[in-house]
Ligand binder design. Structure first.
Ligand code: DX5
Ligand code: ZN
Length: 216
């Protein structure tokens, strides 16, 4: 699957970019929420998520790069999030946070920064709907993919298998048509792509290319 990230979209005309995404093979739409505290950048918040919800039927995948993420789960769920992921580095009571997401009726995901070990998920993996592995340091689009991500995917896949979890593996940062095939082959289920989609001359085609990379 592919989840294009709106971070690289044209914010002066989001409707146009959403029409493009609606006409594409995008599976989810990825929304990057940054607070300028957890990450050194500020992106957008609730009003944009609500506005996007009105313009698409595709599932909204909200990636929270904020401190105290649990304080905002309900608001993002009400704004239209179908999937919500929060950073393990920003959360003290991970089990409680996952249960809260489930209670709100959204799919629950944990995000790991590049330096954060997959082993930390040992006791939560069974409760998770998805795990997001950051393949860049979060905060900005258009950064270079960190190669170490492949071995983290392998470790995570192993953990998922051992535990009988049904969690999907999502990878975010520096994904493009060149590395997509190897990422899918290593075990990624959902690839997030911002720059590779929105800087392409034909974004619809770029989405299809990344999505179908496994068979290329
Ligand atoms: C980075 C964000 C990503 C970003 C990916 O902090 O989490 O979702 O939009 O952008 P690209 O695909 O350009 O690396
Ligand atoms: Zn993201």
């Amino acid at each position: 699957m592919i989840a294009p990230s709106l971070l690289s979209a044209n914010f002066a005309n989001l409707e146009k970019d959403l029409q493009m995404l609606n006409s594409s093979k995008a599976d989810w739409i990825h929304l990057d929420i940054m607070d300028g505290v957890f990450v050194p950048n500020i992106s957008f918040g609730l009003p944009i998520v609500s506005a996007v919800k009105k313009l698409t039927n595709k599932p909204l995948d909200v990636h929270l790069m904020i401190v105290k993420p649990e304080n905002y789960f309900e608001a993002f769920a009400l704004a239209g999030a179908d999937y919500i992921s929060f950073h393990i580095e920003a959360s003290t009571h991970v089990h409680r946070s996952i249960q809260l997401l489930k209670k709100l009726g959204v799919k629950a995901g944990i995000v790991l920064n590049p330096h954060t070990s997959v082993a930390l998920l040992e006791d939560s993996i069974k409760d998770l709907d998805f795990v997001l592995l950051m393949s860049v340091n979060p905060g900005f689009g258009g950064q270079q993919f960190i190669e170490q991500t492949y071995s983290k995917i392998e470790k995570l896949k192993q953990l998922i298998k051992q535990s009988g979890s049904k969690a999907l593996i999502q990878v975010d940062g520096g994904v493009n048509a060149k590395n997509a095939k190897e990422l899918y082959q290593t075990g990624a289920d959902v690839l997030v792509a911002g720059n590779a989609v929105f800087s392409a001359t034909n974004p619809v085609e770029a989405i299809a290319q990344i999505r179908n990379a496994k068979n290329a």
